[in-house]
Design a protein around this ligand. Sequence first.
Ligand code: ATP
Length: 598
Amino acid sequence: MTATDQAPASQPRSRANLAPLARLLPFLARYRLMVAGALLALVSAAGATLALPAAIRQMIDRGFDGSNPELIRPYFLLMIAVVLALAVASALRYFLVMWIGERVVADLRRAAFDHVVALDPGFYDSARSGEILSRLTADTTQIKSAFGASASIAMRNLIMSLGAMSMMVITSPHLSLIVLAAIPLIIVPLIVFARKVRQRSRAAQDTLAGAMAYASEVLTNIRSLQAFTHEPHASRRFGTDVEASFAAARRMTATRALLTALAILIIGCSVVAVLWIGANRVLSGTMTGGELGQFLLYSVLAASALAGLSEVWGELSLAAGAAERLSDLLAIRPAIRAPAAPETLGSEPVEEITFDRVSFAYDLPDALPAVEDITLSIRAGETVALVGPSGAGKSTLFHLLLRFYDPTSGTLRLNGHALDRLDPAELRHRIALVPQDTAIFAASIAENIAFSRPEATRAEIEAAARAASAHEFIARMPDGYDTAVGERGITLSGGQKQRIAIARAILKDAPILLLDEATSALDAESERAVQAALEELMQGRTTLVIAHRLATVLKADRIVVLERGRIVEQGTHAELTARGGLYARLAKLQFDLAQLEA
Ligand SMILES: Nc1ncnc2c1ncn2[C@@H]1O[C@H](COP(=O)(O)OP(=O)(O)OP(=O)(O)O)[C@@H](O)[C@H]1O
């Protein structure tokens, strides 16, 4: 699966109803006071806006009849007071609502991140990490606008449209009837057009997301790209995607422009019609000029509030889609959890690791067991080498020991405690893993080593690096331990990365060591440095090693040979070679070369 395949799926989906937004109410409930303040500001601003036309009417009807110019003054003063209230309430509303939006989304991002990093590796076997990332970014941003700006606009427009329409009826029931009859004429075409705009904007977004996913894939693999001089092809492909997204955006903009023209035309014609009918009523003396002015202002307010509502509806429905996906993610329970009352290892030293008839199959349709009926006991301080063809189940044994998965049947124990009776964190504290591919983060060398123990002092980090034969190459770097290494350690060689991983494990100083030897060949000097570092690391620890090097196998106390998930042979190098079984064949094939090199 490529990032390109993921992109459209990771776009926020819109929802016909807004119910999923309610699932995020607990996040909002923490800030009740701010919400109450925002509502108060909202209602005050709407009230002030609705008071203006009434003040204007008084001004026209009383002030302009020419009998007493003095009468006009209090109305101007009143209007200034109303404008002042409007300004203060609007600013407050903006600040509070935006604050709530930003706060809720910050909480949501933290909750979602904490949640996804705690999910078990089994979840990530089937999940798309691109999609999870987009939930953390795109979906939360969508929700921010819903809880922030859009919610505020929607509520203001709802209150304004209801208020303005009520005031219209109060001002002139007769004219209101005419307007009410015209409302469907205005709204239906607008809704149809708005839907079209929404569809087109989705299409534009999806095309762009595809282009961006492709760009990110290209940048991640920039070296392969340039090695294969693939740049012109990549530029063409990206160019085509960007042009397609431009075309989609152009279509959306054209529809939107048409929608604007239509809206102005329909609303304008309705206002002129009302004005014409109203003017006739003023001329015939059944209505005052002020009344007509007031009515017109209310109808303009109501119309713009309704138009605003239809605009934010799209925004809110996108947010509802985002909220649904995010709350689904938050509702996933990790398969691996600490039991309610975990047994504890306390300060017990590691005495024995046992696999008791352990079988396990990955959660895939029709998956064969990755390991089957494994019975194995490893004593404290012992070094056991796991050997076997690719896919034999060696890494799976590591996954089970780290309790990334629970076995399908059988039990793993540490000092007699079944692993699922322990808190996974306590178990993992006792294990140091040196994987084949070292995860290097975009940070300094020191921070990368301290990954296994972030509170370690510089002296401890340096001691670990020395023990891992890494100090020399680090000291030669421009800023020593403070040298920043690129994302995924692009500036480090294979052997250097391995020694960083070993330094990490030394710093962790855990009693159990799981070592997945790297298969990639190193030059003789790096090889010796790594080997020396490993020997230092294995000192006094209970070690399980997936062995690819003859030197490692020769030093192991015991070799366990796996084939298709089962243990087929066990013994020392000499015993197993003498037996002439799978190990003898593998050793001949794999290690002859190594011996030649040595
Ligand atoms: N995350 C996973 N999801 C599904 N199946 C998996 C997963 N990891 C491994 N498998 C399958 O389980 C079996 C055992 O794999 P495992 O990685 O344990 O073998 P291995 O002996 O470590 O191989 P190698 O030496 O190539 O790393 C294989 O058939 C593999 O396809």
